[in-house]
Design a protein around this ligand. Structure first.
Ligand SMILES: *Cc1c(COP(=O)(O)O)cnc(C)c1O
Length: 388
């Protein structure tokens, strides 16, 4: 019997059958004409999904952290100043990473579940000569979404490059790279892009490439160096063979299928579907009397939900019971509150049925853990939103 558990974590997500079957095709040569066509098409489609008509896409084998590294390694030179808009675990990671390349890193922080206000970021920017600012669009450790549009406008006004860690956002959360003036946006295949883990995806805008071309020092990371990858990406898009490191051929084929599905749905329709599913999930959680890590609705992501456990409830026990009810959920990630909350990912091809099954499994698990509530009240609230 097929394992029917539903994987509802903030990546990897449930993948579409056509995407998975593309993984299983015989592996062509990385310079076979059919594969060059597929890779070239995937690069063109990335530009559309990132809403970055003037961007340069990169697809490199690795996880989302490599995508962060691609931006950090290529844009930072020793002594450069970098500002991290920090909303949790992945902001800390970005700060560490930039430090490795010699950046002088400053964090603008906020209490857990909140985000720095635009005027705090503006004050930080005005106090230092920053080369670059990183923003985590959705910090997967808190479920907090940042105002990328507003932050990009601040960075633009000061000529600071803005790098958006969109690993939990691209193709789920609204992100309009060129229109908003974002210089680099990056993600990983296994999140809202809907392809199994293993690809780092990044789009660099014209200002980022310009800054890269004016570097005075070599890139301190051989594998991540755009000098190696840029000609390869340009060649595939021009439908010409090229080589630096063997591409993850089967994954790139699967990515192209997924990007095709995303564009067939349409970006605005996709954003709307994610928003409805998110509201339905959050309404169900709230109706059950559970709080959420984000301190306000406005700060809560649409790609995931981060509910707090009711007092006295043990996390591992709850997650095992949710799994027994058919839905796999994730535990906490932020070190300061790890045992106090759990995480639901709802991105990619996520459907109304998926969110109902998820809220149902949360109800079953809460009941099995002895939490007192009126049974069905979560599902009813979720259905209420879905029926609107
Ligand atoms: C998942 C995630 C990452 C890391 O991606 P990996 O593929 O696990 O390396 C980075 N940033 C954010 C916001 C994420 O959600």
């Amino acid at each position: 019997m097929k394992d029917r558990s539903l994987l509802m974590i903030p990546g990897p997500i449930e993948f579409e059958p056509a995407v998975l079957s593309a993984m299983g095709n015989p592996t062509p040569s990385h310079v076979a004409p059919e594969f060059i066509e597929v890779f070239g098409q995937a690069l063109e489609r990335m530009r559309e999904v990132f809403l970055a008509p003037d961007g340069q896409p990169f697809v490199v084998a690795g996880s989302g952290t490599l995508a962060m590294d691609l931006a950090g390694a290529n844009l930072v030179e020793p002594g450069d100043r970098a500002l991290v808009v920090n909303t949790g675990y992945f902001g800390d990671r970005y700060g560490d990473l930039l430090g490795r390349y010699g950046a002088e890193v400053t964090h603008v922080r906020a209490p857990i579940g909140s985000r720095p206000a635009l005027d705090e970021v503006e004050a930080a920017l005005s106090a230092g000569h920053y080369k670059l600012m990183t923003v985590t669009h959705v910090d997967t450790s808190t479920g907090v979404v940042t105002d990328v549009k507003g932050l990009a406008a601040l960075a633009r006004a000061r000529g600071v490059l803005i790098v958006v860690d969109g690993v939990c956002s691209v193709a789920g959360e609204v992100l309009r790279m060129t229109e908003w003036g974002v210089d680099v946006a990056l993600t990983a295949s296994q999140k809202a892009i809907g392809t199994p883990p293993g690809l780092a995806l990044l789009v660099a805008g014209p200002r980022a490439l310009e800054a890269f071309s004016h570097r005075k020092t070599d890139v301190g990371n051989y594998y991540a160096d755009w000098t190696n990858w840029l000609p390869v990406m340009q060649a595939y898009e021009a439908r010409k063979p090229s080589y630096f490191g063997t591409p993850a051929v089967n994954l790139v084929s699967a990515l192209n299928v997924s990007l095709g599905q995303i564009l067939a749905e349409g970006m605005d329709a996709r954003f709307l579907r994610h928003s409805r599913v998110s509201q339905a999930c959050k309404a169900g959680i709230a109706a059950l009397g559970l709080g959420q890590v984000p301190l306000s609705d406005e700060m809560a992501a649409t790609t995931m939900t981060a509910p707090r456990y009711p007092a006295g409830l043990a996390g591992p026990d709850f997650l095992a019971k949710a799994k027994a009810a058919g839905v796999i959920l994730a535990g906490g990630l932020h070190p300061a509150i790890r045992g106090e909350y759990f995480r639901i990912g709802h991105m990619g091809a996520v459907s109304q049925g998926d969110v109902l099954a998820t809220v149902g499994a949360v109800e079953s698990a809460l009941a099995a853990c002895g939490y007192g509530f009126e049974h069905g009240v979560g599902i009813a609230a979720t259905m209420g939103i879905l029926a609107e």
